[in-house]
Design a protein around this ligand. Structure first.
Ligand SMILES: Nc1nc2c(c(=O)[nH]1)N[C@H]1C(S)=C(S)[C@@H](COP(=O)(O)O)O[C@H]1N2
Ligand SMILES: [Mo]
Length: 204
């Protein structure tokens, strides 16, 4: 008997493993200018104020690692990525939200955004990644930082992140306004907004 070509692994329904790591996004790849770059936290903070980090300050924040698969709604899954970056918990600790905050809007260059529940933002493995498999992210994969939310479809894994907004009420991000599912759990195949339950989605 010959060994199987690939180790048996559970993929979410409808997903396949492609060759390589596709690049997928809307619009151009932004140029990173460290002097102009900052990371902002705004919205419903506990203090009522805003927070900002320069690139050097952001790089000095507490770091974390996680091994996780990456699921795109167009059906490719990239298995076993070793992500490394700044933990979302570190951001939350340095910039505490108001107790009433339930959701986070993650904002990127050029106005791309994705909304996620606070529980997903703080889930194990969710981070602002700077590295994958020991290498700095390339510009087309989100350099200098991208959010990684491994347990949700990858449009929530926002590349070129510039800040987050604490929200006391859910609001739709870029793709969530354009027909994609508000929550985006790949194991439940939550691809499109017509699949949403009323209690997990603000009006379109
Ligand atoms: N800023 C930004 N982030 C984004 C996107 C985008 O259009 N803009 N596309 C998302 C989508 S739909 C996917 S599948 C992943 C793809 O990440 P990759 O190009 O590193 O594979 O990035 C996500 N993050
Ligand atoms: Mo995607």
């Amino acid at each position: 008997m010959s060994p199987p070509d690939e180790e048996e692994r559970a993929l979410p329904p409808g997903q396949y493993v492609p060759r390589g790591w596709p690049v997928l996004h809307y619009g151009p790849v932004p140029k990173f200018r460290p002097k102009d770059w900052d990371f902002r936290v705004f919205g419903a903070t506990a203090s009522g104020g805003q927070y900002g980090w320069s690139w050097d300050e952001f790089e000095a924040l507490p770091r974390t690692k996680a091994l996780a698969d990456f699921h795109c709604v167009t059906k490719f899954t990239i298995p076993d990525n070793l992500w490394e970056g700044v933990s979302t918990a570190a951001i939350l600790e340095a910039a505490p939200p108001e107790p009433a905050v339930t959701h986070v809007m993650v904002w990127a260059e050029y106005g791309y955004s994705a909304n996620i529940r606070m529980s997903d933002f703080l889930a194990d493995g969710t981070m602002f990644a700077t590295h994958r498999d020991g290498e700095r992210l390339s510009p087309d994969h989100g350099f200098p930082i991208r959010l990684v939310v491994p347990h949700l479809y990858a449009w929530k894994s926002v590349k070129w992140v510039r800040g987050i907004e604490y929200m006391v009420k859910d609001r739709r991000g870029f793709w969530e306004e354009r027909g994609y599912h508000n929550v985006a759990d790949p194991w439940r195949e939550q691809r499109y907004s017509y699949q949403e339950d009323a209690d997990e989605s603000p009006p379109l």
